[in-house]
Design a protein around this ligand. Sequence first.
Ligand SMILES: Nc1ncnc2c1ncn2[C@@H]1O[C@H](COP(=O)(O)OP(=O)(O)OP(=O)(O)O)[C@@H](O)[C@H]1O
Ligand SMILES: [Mg+2]
Length: 225
Amino acid sequence: MIELRDATKIYKGEAYETKAIDHMDLTIEDGAFVAIMGRSGSGKTTLLNIVGCMDSLTSGELFIDGEKLSGLSEHKVGLVRRDKISFIFQNYALMQHYTVYENIELPLNARNCKPKDKKKAVNEIMEKLDIAHLASKFPRQISGGEQQRTAIARAMVSGCKYILADEPTGALDSMTAGELMKLFQMMHEAGKTILVVTHDNEVAAYAQKTIIISDGKIDNIKENK
Ligand SMILES: Nc1ncnc2c1ncn2[C@@H]1O[C@H](COP(=O)(O)OP(=O)(O)OP(=O)(O)O)[C@@H](O)[C@H]1O
Ligand SMILES: [Mg+2]
């Protein structure tokens, strides 16, 4: 479970001070599939970065599985991120000098995973996402949709329970939003907890509920059918 308690994030520079998250309380239960919507600049990416331990709060608390993040050392926060959080970025963030296979294998290298188990896990997930035939290709040699499936395969193989995605359908080419969201549904059915930021109502409709953010606050929570 992810919990924000009275969470505030202020970006401060010499000439600006922006309150991107404003005294927010939020609970994401395990196994939830949540869409986050709101106009540009409302704080969606900031919220995802905070929840994903990529950035820290100015005040308030974040708890992940009951563990308070603000009390932890940099190193321990890094371990929480590695073991629990998987990001799917809009540009997929694949390593350009690694093959599809190596990209998917990456999160397993950070763990003590036997080579045999690693190979089995990577091959299984590649089969599932229909990219096994691309194993030895590099990201620049495959289509946008295939890159997206590679990024999803990497997130799935990681074993992380929380999957965070910031506008994953924003740069679609060969895969439609519907096809991509079916993969998200598959991850959800596999027990992952999913937070997806989107501008697209159709994408949000795949989630169980939609949280609408406005000026760093929760404006509305809508349960989907
Ligand atoms: N690194 C930063 N430094 C300073 N201000 C920032 C930074 N990142 C975001 N902001 C500001 O914080 C507010 C929230 O930004 P955020 O990126 O979270 O919005 P968003 O909802 O993701 O918008 P979009 O839909 O355009 O991606 C905005 O006013 C933005 O200008
Ligand atoms: Mg954003």
